[in-house]
Design a protein around this ligand. Sequence first.
Ligand code: PGA
Length: 252
Amino acid sequence: MRDFLIAGNWKLNGSSAANEALIAGIVAGVPGGSGFSLLVCPPYPYVAAVAAQVAGSAVSVGAQNVSEHESGAYTGEVAASMLADIGCEYVIVGHSERRAIYGESSFQVAAKFQAAQAAGIVPILCVGETLEEREAGTTESVVDYQLGAVLDAAGIGAFARAVVAYEPVWAIGTGMTATPEQAQDVHKHIRAQLSAKDAGIAAGVQILYGGSMKGENAAGLLAMPDIDGGLIGGASLKAKDFLAIAEAAAQS
Ligand code: PGA
């Protein structure tokens, strides 16, 4: 009932030439079949060019961040309306790197989530615990808090047009993937949190897993009932690696 979404988070990587080659490779290799969609999230300066290059293909474009503000004196910021204007359909909000390195609070993340939706862009809300939090047994309360801030601000209705990504911080860029069971436990918990507010909306929300996902572990993760795709960093930078995950989704 829920399609898979395989999303590439390119982070701070790329150049015009490298992106063009990467997109050409991805577009040429999109697996046949249905039940999944592909998304790439390049750095801001490349969003428009990538949007033009993927136009008419099965690949969509997103951004990695957005301002919570609409316009005005916010030097260096990019508004959701600007992203929509250049063909951006999704935006990642609350990635753990933004929370940890740039000090984004869950309230700011909620404001970004709402700003994206106000411009017609689908937010991909990232949540996840650190290793210390997992070892302290607080994974569920951390995720509840991060999700709760957005639920309080935007309401459950907003999740009819949103994606959630569970990204355990200890699995990001470390090669240490959560096991399918570990991920499924948290995905199930997230869906239950949403379901407590509205079962119908919760049943439709795509919940992606992120954290060292690659071709070799994708099928096992995607086989889990509450895992609806992936948010992929390292393995999204080579067409062959990204397509291996897309292939796993196509066959799941
Ligand atoms: P990774 O990154 O796939 O390189 O672990 C995932 C992410 O940070 O979104």
